[in-house]
Write a protein that binds this ligand. Structure first.
Ligand code: EPS
Length: 385
């Protein structure tokens, strides 16, 4: 079984991830993991913190000579900012510097976490709630992407919307999506929308405000049959949704045509099935986003995530002082103006991890070669249908 767990606080010493179940024999170069970490750090609208960090992974276990050996892969990313927080974030010292955060931010984990964990300083909560943790998910996702690539599955993402500016995807050729996205400062393939998004982020930043948006992830060449209709918690869409909605600030997840399907007749809502000797079974549309009955159906998996605007505002909202119980403005804590471009990279990682899990469930394989053989046997059987 492929699974992972992360540890680490935003301004603590570093972030750690342990990824288990990756078959032995997969080539993993830490530089390639770093490329994914760098993609996550980019994007117009990121805050000062990204000038401090240059994320780089240190692989601690699970590999020899840049190849996986089947044991848990532990990866560590240090927080360069820790040196500025030595007293505030020391895990051992009792030499406290005395600052206690008292005015919880609406929309953040501050107040609910303080109530739940019985702490009196909600820094104990925000440090772990922070999206800094997503660096660990991207490292795990990078390894899963390498595994998926071995069997031909590619994952990309792009920014579909920031604030009220949406990309016009109908104006962009499929082949241009990738290049346009990776060269855009907001990872939006529509150059005109990209420029308007940047303008809007500038405007929000100048007003002490923040922005959310939407990102779409596409996984290509996914074989039919990942996930299962037989039990609720085996359904691939359910599993992807859980993984994606757990990303900080993600509030909605849609597959294919998603919420648009609510207003359509059934006759217009489904992807009709065709057959040709060359292609086998195929569709001319992909409203389902590549998943039917909780299983991949062989079409690209398309999933769109909605991110709310970040709740750390430099012009804060109404809150209450936890000690005096008097009205107060929420804490103004340094943050990003817009992290939608970064969310696309994190969402790619979340999709990669879930697909790798489902792939291993279906094809097994403690060793990569076994897994590949099993996939080929299965693909050969599908050809006989
Ligand atoms: C975050 C607040 C900001 C972001 C951070 C997530 O950090 P800081 O408070 O240090 O300025 O930059 O994101 C990252 C550090 C990262 O690596 O993505 C938050 O409160 O969620």
């Amino acid at each position: 079984m492929i699974r992972f767990t992360t540890a680490g606080e935003s301004h603590g010493e570093g972030i750690l991830v342990i990824l288990e179940g990756i078959p032995a024999g997969l080539t993993v170069n830490s530089e390639d993991v770093d490329l994914e970490l760098a993609r996550r750090q980019k994007g117009y609208g990121r805050g000062q913190r990204m000038h401090i960090e240059t994320d780089s992974v240190k692989i601690l276990s699970g590999m020899r000579y840049a190849r996986t050996i089947g044991s848990p892969i532990a990866m560590y990313i240090s927080n360069k900012d820790f040196k500025n927080w030595l007293h505030v974030m020391s895990p051992v010292s009792v030499d406290l510097d005395g600052t206690t955060l008292l005015k919880p931010r609406p929309g953040h984990a501050d107040l609910a976490g303080l109530m739940k964990y019985g702490v009196n300083d909600f820094r104990d909560i925000l440090e772990r709630a922070s999206a800094r943790e997503t660096a660990a998910r991207v490292a795990a996702g990078a390894v899963c992407k390498m595994l998926l690539k071995e069997i031909g599955i590619n994952i990309i993402s792009y920014t579909l919307q920031i604030g009220n500016v949406s990309a016009d995807m109908s104006s962009i050729k499929e082949d241009d999506v990738w290049n346009n996205t990776e060269t855009s400062y907001v990872r939006c393939p529509d150059a005109d929308a990209s420029a308007r998004m940047i303008k809007l982020i500038k405007k929000a930043g100048a007003k002490g405000d923040t922005l959310g948006g939407k990102v779409t992830v596409v996984a290509k060449n996914v074989p039919a049959g990942l996930g299962s209709h037989t039990q609720w918690d085996l359904k691939l869409d359910g599993r992807l949704a859980q993984s994606l909605i757990s990303i900080q600030a993600i509030k909605a997840v849609e597959f294919g045509n998603g919420t648009k399907l609510a207003s359509l007749f059934g006759s217009l809502s489904h992807d009709e099935i065709f057959y040709s000797e060359v292609k086998g079974f195929y569709r001319n549309t992909n409203m389902a986003g590549g998943i039917e009955g909780g299983m991949s159906n062989g079409e690209p998996i398309i999933v769109t995530c909605t991110m709310k605007a970040i709740p750390s505002l430099s012009k804060p909202l109404h809150s209450v002082n936890l000690v005096t119980k008097q009205p107060a403005k929420a804490e103004a804590i340094r943050s990003d103006v817009c992290a939608v471009p970064a969310a696309g990279i994190v969402a790619e990682a979340a999709v990669a991890i879930e697909l790798a899990k489902a792939l291993k469930e279906k094809f097994g394989g403690d060793c990569l070669e076994d897994m590949k053989k099993n996939i080929n046997i299965y693909k050969d059987r599908l050809k006989t249908l």
